[in-house]
Write a protein that binds this ligand. Structure first.
Ligand SMILES: Cc1cc2nc3c(=O)[nH]c(=O)nc-3n(C[C@H](O)[C@H](O)[C@H](O)COP(=O)(O)OP(=O)(O)OC[C@H]3O[C@@H](n4cnc5c(N)ncnc54)[C@H](O)[C@@H]3O)c2cc1C
Ligand SMILES: NC(=O)c1ccc[n+]([C@@H]2O[C@H](COP(=O)([O-])OP(=O)(O)OC[C@H]3O[C@@H](n4cnc5c(N)ncnc54)[C@H](O)[C@@H]3O)[C@@H](O)[C@H]2O)c1
Length: 470
């Protein structure tokens, strides 16, 4: 707290605040922490100059340095940091059978619907879809993806193949403990939580969000996932519409894989661009996010990135005076390190928030500030299909064009190691399983040492690679 005598207002639409606890720097850039929901009074007690105002911001007048909240109040700021996150980018938004997952309310609504479901369709191929298809039990999942292989935001086809057997496993394994951010709800008060209106945007759930949920449908089996590749959703037909089309159009496609007796109908039918139709109880749209900029744009001439976020420079400053932004709402618009890119993740939101605060303080004091080290290398640790997953740098050769080489090491059911090399330098890596390679590879990517002489030996499991580079 650099300015204990200044008033700091934390304005939030959510009744609880998220606090980071047990923060641990696992390596130079990989970090591990718990995220807890806490009543705002705890923060106010700890820092008396912070006041939490629980009301959504409905308007910003940047020319007047004023913001207006939904409870009819207005506030003047000297410096403002916008951290309003993102919203799910839903397909067929507004269709009552299409659900998104973002905050506690939407996750609970999903759980409730799943408890009555026999079959659902999951659309999307990123973090949420990967977690869902693995966690859901007792409900058939039709997983519709645009790509050839699963998990396109994190993996290539090789890694996808390594992971697939876990989806056909009969039994769920005991979850592994791994170094990744953990999400708990300790300290939050149920009473407060239930007051949150369902149309209000709460905080994104983040890591381990499904651990407190019971993700089970009506059946007794474990996984039953059918994957439809290279397709999108063309149309969603409600039951009545579907019956009508079946009756009147001789060319209308037949429903695939009907698990119910012929005369029993599904509430909703999904028509895919590959011509197939699946009946289901509901659809989950896990199709990414859009920055939540709407309340702030009207009347303010922000520069906005291609992904819809508020553009920020290397000091987290937006294009408007005294307004900064951090986390999912912003689009990093500085010239990034060759091995860093933005991804809307907890870790980056925390790093950006921390660094934005330092930039705001430095500006106030008229001091200069260097870019935070965390933006030197993209580093993320998570868990998919009960494997520890570490992704580093340009792990999918993002932006490297054809000018790169891949090296692989894979032991079925145990580990998958991929490194991305360019001109003898390591540019990125995907590590699945307990590889213990993250620190060494992090160093090799950061120091850009010429590794040409080592060739394939880099991934030789019989060599202790750490000794090589000490
Ligand atoms: C299901 C799910 C699982 C995820 N899993 C992971 C994971 O395993 N690892 C990982 O790194 N990341 C994960 N993420 C991503 C991560 O949760 C987000 O990147 C991160 O929460 C972004 O932080 P943020 O502070 O920018 O936004 P948020 O956490 O969304 O917080 C935005 C805050 O702004 C408030 N707000 C919004 N509009 C207004 C307004 N008009 N006025 C006032 N307040 C407002 C909201 O109430 C909220 O409190 C996951 C996301 C989801 C949805
Ligand atoms: N373990 C983790 O690290 C983790 C887990 C869950 C979520 N997250 C983060 O939370 C956020 C939300 O997750 P998400 O899975 O919704 O987003 P995502 O960005 O990870 O994935 C979106 C997926 O939807 C696909 N898609 C986009 N439009 C589509 C369309 N019209 N039809 C079909 N597919 C479409 C994309 O190809 C991509 O596969 C992301 O920022 C993600 O990184 C992270």
């Amino acid at each position: 707290m650099e300015f204990p005598s200044e008033d700091i207002f934390l304005m939030t639409a959510s009744p609880v605040i998220k606090a980071i606890t047990n923060f641990k720097q696992v390596s130079k850039t990989l970090e591990e922490f718990d995220v807890e929901e806490q009543p705002s009074s705890l923060l106010e007690k700890r820092y008396p100059n912070i006041k939490v105002i629980q009301s959504g911001v409905k308007q910003l007048k940047s020319d007047d340095h004023k913001i207006f909240t939904e409870d009819g109040k207005e506030y003047i700021y000297e410096k403002l940091c916008l951290c309003a996150g993102a919203k799910p980018k839903l397909i067929f938004e507004g269709n009552p059978y299409v659900l998104g997952i973002r905050d506690t309310d939407s996750a609970q609504a999903f759980q409730k619907n799943l408890a009555q479901a026999e079959r659902i369709v999951v659309v999307g191929n990123g973090g949420i879809a990967l977690e869902l298809v693995y966690e859901i039990q007792g409900c058939e999942v039709i997983w519709a993806i645009k790509d050839k292989a699963i998990g396109n935001t994190f993996f290539d086809a090789g890694a996808a193949e390594f992971l697939i057997p876990k989806l056909t496993a009969e039994k769920r394994e005991t979850p592994i403990e791994c170094k990744r951010t953990k999400y708990t709800m300790e300290g939050s008060e149920e009473k407060e939580r239930s007051l949150a209106a369902s149309d209000k945007l709460g905080s994104a759930l983040g890591p381990d969000w499904h651990e407190g949920l019971h993700l089970k449908g009506t059946k007794e089996f474990c996984h039953k996932v059918h994957i439809e590749i290279l397709c999108e959703v063309k149309k969603i037909h409600l039951q009545q519409e579907f019956i009508q089309l079946q009756r009147t159009s001789s060319t209308f496609p037949k429903e695939e894989k009907n698990v119910k007796p012929d005369e029993v109908l599904w509430p909703v039918y999904v028509e895919l661009t590959n011509g197939k139709i699946y009946g289901c109880d509901f659809i989950v749209s896990a199709t990414g996010v859009v920055p939540n900029v709407k309340p702030f744009l009207d009347g303010n001439n922000f520069a906005v990135g291609e992904d819809g976020g508020l553009k920020v420079d290397k000091h987290m400053h937006t294009s408007l005076p005294d307004i900064y932004a951090a986390g999912d709402i912003c689009t990093a618009s500085w010239e990034p390190s060759p091995v860093w890119h933005q991804m809307r993740l907890w870790t980056q939101a925390r790093q950006m928030g921390w660094y934005a605060a330092k930039c705001m303080a430095a500006d106030t004091l008229g001091e200069s500030i260097d870019m935070d080290f965390s933006f030197e290398l993209f580093a993320h640790v998570t868990k998919f299909f009960n494997y520890k997953v570490v992704v580093l740098g340009k792990y999918n050769a993002q932006g490297l064009g054809l000018d790169h080489e891949l090296m692989l090491r894979c032991t079925k059911g145990q580990e998958y190691v991929k490194v991305v090399m360019q001109n003898g330098r390591m540019m990125g890596a995907v590590l699945i399983g307990e590889t213990d390679l993250e620190e060494t590879f992090e160093n090799l990517i950061l120091n850009q040492m010429d590794l040409s002489a080592y060739g394939e030996e880099l991934l030789n499991p019989d060599i202790d690679i750490e000794d090589y580079f000490d």
